[in-house]
Design a protein around this ligand. Structure first.
Ligand code: SF4
Length: 283
């Protein structure tokens, strides 16, 4: 069987930086350490961090009750109000927000202060997008489809500034940008789709076009893993999403076909290795 692993499979720069710093911080301190939501979207890594002592808070009342503690901020950031609340409650913030996400917060703040109406191309339910939205001081809209654009309540002469969720699908975003450019006379944009995301998506498309089977490794809760799966599935019918090593038991691989492998930006190397070993042993 020919196994081809995408060059950029697995941890991206932002996730590696956050996870390394998180483990380092946990090892160095005896105090309890908290995070607001999971640091990255991968249950295996999250559970390991919990086993080592990280306490993950989700409920607003628990976050509000946190005083004088060490708090890690996840890679895709948190809402501005939550950040300020943590600071006001005298917590020590260790900010692991990816610099690429932080840049979007800064852009949204800057352009909204200049009076632009902001459009975010992304998923309004995703925590990264909720964080981005919280940095605008002027009206801000989130769109992911042509219907969303048709429902926008923005005058064609208004100043409009567009940013993108870092992991949004580049092809869909381009289609929406073309429509927005036709609708608004005064539109500016900064492409904030992360290179790590774009490279992975491009690689997966190319691999899927030439392979008979595609394996995408990562969590179903990870936005960028799901996008890789969708892209691979579009070009290769036999595409599987594997979350853990034992998932290889539920798939069928024709040995005569080329097998392409990629993994989301929050998938650890050891999980990719385990799955590759299983595939080599079982097929
Ligand atoms: S995918 Fe990009 S934006 Fe997201 S954490 Fe990784 S490097 Fe940062």
């Amino acid at each position: 069987m020919e196994l081809i692993v995408a060059e950029n499979a697995g941890f991206c720069f932002g996730v590696k930086r956050a996870i390394d710093l998180a483990y380092e911080t946990i090892e160095k301190t005896n105090e309890e350490i908290y995070s607001i939501g999971p640091l990255i979207h991968n249950e295996i890594v999250t559970n390991d961090l919990k086993d080592k002592g990280l306490v993950i808070l989700d409920k607003p009342e628990d976050i509000a009750a946190l005083h004088n503690k060490k708090v890690l901020i996840r890679t895709h950031g948190i809402e501005k109000q939550v950040y300020e609340l943590l600071k006001n409650n005298n917590n020590e913030i260790i900010d692991l927000t990816c610099p690429f996400v932080r840049k979007i917060h800064d852009l949204v703040k800057e352009y909204s202060e200049k009076g632009y109406k902001i459009i975010v191309i992304g998923d309004r339910e995703h925590p990264e997008v909720k964080g981005i939205v919280s940095y605008s001081v002027s009206p801000i809209y989130v769109v992911l489809s042509v219907d969303d654009i048709n429902n926008l309540n923005i005058d064609k002469n208004d100043k409009v500034f567009v940013v993108f969720q870092t992991t949004t699908n580049a092809a869909n975003a381009q289609k929406l940008v073309d429509i927005l450019r036709d609708l608004f006379y005064n539109i500016s944009l900064v492409n904030t789709i992360c290179n790590a995301t774009q490279n992975r998506q491009e690689e997966v498309k190319n691999l899927a076009e030439s392979c008979g089977v595609m394996l995408i490794i990562g969590s179903k809760s990870s936005s960028n893993t799901k996008k890789l799966y969708e892209i691979a599935k579009k070009y290769c019918e036999n595409t599987y999403l594997l979350e853990k090593a034992s998932d290889t038991k539920n798939i069928k691989i024709d040995k005569n076909k080329k097998v392409g492998v990629s993994a989301g930006a929050s998938t650890p190397k050891y999980l990719i290795e385990e799955i590759l070993n299983n595939v080599r042993n079982e097929f």
